[in-house]
Design a protein around this ligand. Structure first.
Ligand code: HEM
Length: 343
């Protein structure tokens, strides 16, 4: 017997032994996948998608991202309907509706005039720091509004005009502007708050002003101090709405950030992120609609109003008509008027 004979015999035996060990294992393989097992029951998945079902369909994953095993999140469908259909409709309704109302108001009522005519004498209404805060907030807000509206409506209006490549570049830059303008906006509302909060505390006089419809519908001019009830509303919506916009905006800028304290339960989750985008979009369109009304009254809607933020000075007859309580303090009694200091 040669050495080669023993080597071949040994190899064949080793091969046979290998098959003998491996065959039961191979034979078991198909039966380890259970097609009717819980994890693959289709009915369960469908049930979870029904209203009131599970928050998500999740499993286990070996990678550290805790959100990765979430395969289906039914709430995401509601969120997508809100973002792609409901929000654009709510926005169009409030923005176009406000513009239509303002045009109708101008057509019916005309421009609000200074009834006694311009006196030619002026009184200081806002100093340069107040005007700086206002125009900083206004500029930032307008850029935020336009770049934000692009996120909701750009694909419908600008994409067909610009083409995909140009629109992509434009939308990317618009988003950078949107993010960075937020800091200017926050600075603006902090400065506004610091300077004007004292004039915006609600008072009994506001009830009288509201009861008389701000003098818009009749001939009466309800008395008002530096700011009337309508302006106080604009102020508080700007401050509180602005704070909400900033808070929800930063939550989106740092998605899934795990906030401390009482917010811990809501932050860091998909549902939490969906909720802040919902609030951000809804308040954005409502605030923009409100600011349309504000811009209207500050420009074409009311004679003499723009200059209070333009030069800082207003005509004394304008002051007496719209802010009689404030005018009593700042307009010189002689009427021989060198400009008096603002309140
Ligand atoms: C082109 C845009 C704007 C114009 C022409 C404008 C005009 C004016 C004028 C004339 C006043 C002074 C009213 C008075 O003397 O009684 C004023 C006040 C004010 N503005 Fe604006 N504004 C603009 C944009 C904005 C924006 C975007 C915001 C906020 C996001 C804003 C917030 C305020 C607030 C809180 C006041 C004080 C309360 C009030 O008068 O309603 N403004 N604005």
């Amino acid at each position: 017997m040669s050495f080669n004979f023993w080597r071949r015999t040994f190899s064949v035996c080793a091969l046979l032994l290998g098959f003998a060990v491996a065959s039961p294992v191979l034979a078991q393989q198909p039966s380890r996948v259970n097609p009717t097992g819980d994890s693959v029951k289709e009915q369960q998945l469908l049930d979870a998608l029904k209203p009131g079902g599970q928050q998500s369909i999740s499993g286990r994953a070996s990678i550290p991202d805790s959100r990765a095993p979430s395969i289906i999140q039914p709430a995401g469908r509601d969120w997508r309907v809100w973002r792609d259909t409901t929000l654009p409709r709510v926005g169009a309704f409030s923005l176009v509706g406000t513009i239509v109302l303002l045009i109708a108001f101008l057509a019916i009522k005309g421009r609000i005039k200074v009834e006694a005519g311009l006196s030619g004498q002026q009184v200081q209404r806002f100093n340069s720091v107040e005007r700086f805060a206002h125009w900083l907030t206004a500029t930032a807000f307008i850029i935020l509004a336009l770049t934000g509206l692009n996120i909701t409506y750009g694909r419908y209006f600008l994409l067909p005009l610009m083409g995909a490549e140009t629109f992509t570049a434009f939308a990317q830059w618009a988003k950078y502007f949107h993010n960075y303008m937020s800091f200017a906006f926050v600075l603006g509302i902090v400065l506004m708050f610091a300077q004007w909060v004292i004039f915006n505390i609600p008072s009994i006089r506001d009830i009288q002003w509201i009861a008389q419809g701000g003098g818009i519908f009749g001939k009466a001019h309800p008395p008002a101090a530096k700011f009337n009830a309508g302006q106080k509303l604009i102020f508080w919506v700007t401050i509180l709405g602005g704070a909400l916009m900033a808070g929800t905006g930063y939550a989106m800028m740092f998605p899934f950030y795990q906030a401390p304290g009482s917010l811990a339960e809501y932050s860091g989750t998909m549902q939490g992120l969906q909720f802040v985008t919902f609030l951000h979009g809804l308040f954005a369109v409502l605030m923009i609609a409100m600011i349309f009304g504000h811009i209207y009254i500050g420009t074409i809607g009311m004679q003499g109003a723009f200059w209070s933020m333009g030069t800082g000075k207003v005509d004394t007859n304008w002051a007496k008509q719209h802010h009689s309580v404030w005018a009593d303090k700042v307009v010189p009694k002689s009427g021989a008027g060198k400009p008096a200091p603002g309140e």
